[in-house]
Ligand binder design. Structure first.
Ligand SMILES: Cc1cc2nc3c(=O)[nH]c(=O)nc-3n(C[C@H](O)[C@H](O)[C@H](O)COP(=O)(O)OP(=O)(O)OC[C@H]3O[C@@H](n4cnc5c(N)ncnc54)[C@H](O)[C@@H]3O)c2cc1C
Length: 421
């Protein structure tokens, strides 16, 4: 009987256990989680709707959505791509749907249904769920792993250890980063860690005036070296900017240092599909047509009025100026502003980030099996690894894929050991 200990009953740990159960009968799986239920983060993901994977089917395109881990994930992703994940959940009784923005959700819009699949699968004599159980230390003695818990259960001995403890974002879900210390104690190194997929707070306070205003497409560019930019849905907030484009940029600049003294300069192109000249032409045509109207109202035909108010204030154009009183230079300034709104990011929306960038060093893990190169029979999957993706289902997809591959490798390649119970 092969004894497998999985630490962390999130997306990666659950999928790893499920895959082992699918493939092998002579196993005992001990799945530890400090929470009183499985998949706490999966349940709250996607605002409770669980953006379970992406509708993008081309695996190479999917892989490009990972600022860290693109190459490492190749085997796992080809073996269990988004389409296979989609089919897997449907085959297990949860119909899914793909939205026009290519995010996949359960038809029920309820993340609990996703976790429910595993809850059913785990009613299995080979499965031992150790919930409300916090692992505090792991030792390797000889071939065996010994797992110690805060609840002072007798240390569990296992032939195989899978660390799926997640990152350290949204710690209230139980993912507090403990796994990094366990990995280190077993000989692994951990890269620098940083929050990712977060909103930005800006030194400018005017975004509060347009808070809630969203754009289907905006390009946000960070003046880093090299420059980083992303185009996608975008939102102004009380304290700055947010939305998928901002989250993606935050991932691309996850390891940049910035604060009030040293802000990160970013610009926003609110008309990414139009050239400066086209926008300029459009604004001038509107102004000629409505020459007698206040310019701010004419501008309000191009952008929401609340933003037009901000633009004229920022550029010190009098609210009472009529369209025919606007100088050429001012048209130019307005269009320049809309194509490159200047903002200074002073803080990440800390504590609100969705994932942790960084983790177990990828060169120490075999990407074709998820087994450690450093410590035999130790496996990793999920956010504990130095892998993170953009929003849109990519982080869960990475966890499903790596968990599946780890489970498959364990089930198909490891021998069994007799154990006294
Ligand atoms: C608010 C929010 C929304 C998100 N929405 C989406 C989304 O819609 N789509 C998407 O793709 N991604 C989303 N993500 C990211 C995604 O949820 C994570 O990347 C993914 O869940 C990571 O899976 P994991 O299995 O690696 O870790 P986790 O799901 O974090 O699971 C780790 C588990 O390990 C347990 N654990 C940790 N340490 C110990 C210990 N010492 N002892 C016992 N148990 C322990 C924890 O309790 C936890 O249950 C979201 C993240 C957040 C925070």
């Amino acid at each position: 009987m092969l004894r497998i200990a999985i630490i962390g009953g999130g997306a990666a740990g659950m999928m790893c256990a499920a895959r082992v159960l699918e493939l092998r009968s002579d196993v005992e799986i001990f799945l530890f989680d400090r929470n009183d239920g499985l998949g706490k983060k999966v349940i709250i993901s996607g605002g409770g709707r669980c953006n379970v994977t992406t509708g993008i089917q081309d695996v190479k395109t999917v892989l490009r959505r990972y600022p860290r881990g693109e190459k490492f994930l190749t085997s796992a992703m080809f073996a269990f791509p988004p389409k296979a994940v989609y089919d897997w959940f449907e085959d297990h009784g949860v119909p899914l749907k793909v939205q026009p923005d290519l995010r996949a959700f359960p038809v029920s819009d309820n993340g609990k249904d996703i976790v429910g699949v595993f809850e059913k699968l785990f009613i299995d004599p080979r499965m031992h769920l150790l919930l409300k159980t916090s692992v505090i230390k792991i030792e390797k003695s000889g071939e065996q792993f010994r797992i110690f818990t805060k609840e002072q259960l007798a240390p569990l001995e296992a032939d195989v250890l899978v660390l799926t403890t997640g990152g350290q974002a949204y710690r209230q879900t139980g993912s507090t980063g403990d796994g990094y210390a366990f990995a280190q104690s077993l000989g692994h190194s951990i890269t620098s860690l940083a929050p990712s997929l977060n909103a930005f707070f800006t030194s400018e306070t005017w975004p509060a005036q347009v808070s809630g205003l969203s754009f289907e497409q905006a390009t946000i560019t960070a003046k880093t070296t090299p420059k980083q930019k992303f185009t996608g849905p975008f939102l102004f907030t009380h304290k700055g900017v947010s939305g998928p484009a901002v989250f993606a940029l935050s991932a691309l600049v996850a390891f940049e240092k910035y604060d009030k003294q040293n802000p990160l300069e970013v610009t926003l192109d609110l008309f990414p599909e139009e050239s400066f000249d086209q926008l300029h032409g459009r604004l001038q045509a509107l102004a000629e047509q409505h020459f007698n109207k206040a310019f701010v109202n004419v501008l309000g035909m191009l952008v929401p009025k609340s933003l037009a108010d901000v633009v004229v204030t920022q550029l010190r154009i009098s609210e009472s100026k009529r369209a025919n009183q606007i100088a050429k230079r001012e048209y130019h300034q307005v269009c320049m502003w809309l194509k490159a709104v200047p903002l200074h990011v002073v803080q990440r929306g800390a504590g609100d980030e969705f994932v942790t960038a960084g983790g177990v060093t990828l060169s120490e893990v075999d990407p074709t099996t998820m087994q450690s190169h450093v410590c035999p029979h130790l496996y990793f999957a999920g956010e504990i690894l130095d892998v993170d993706g953009f929003t849109g289902g990519f982080n869960l997809q990475a966890s499903w894929a790596a968990g599946h591959l780890a489970g498959e490798s364990i089930a198909l390649t490891l021998g069994s050991t007799e154990h006294k119970v």
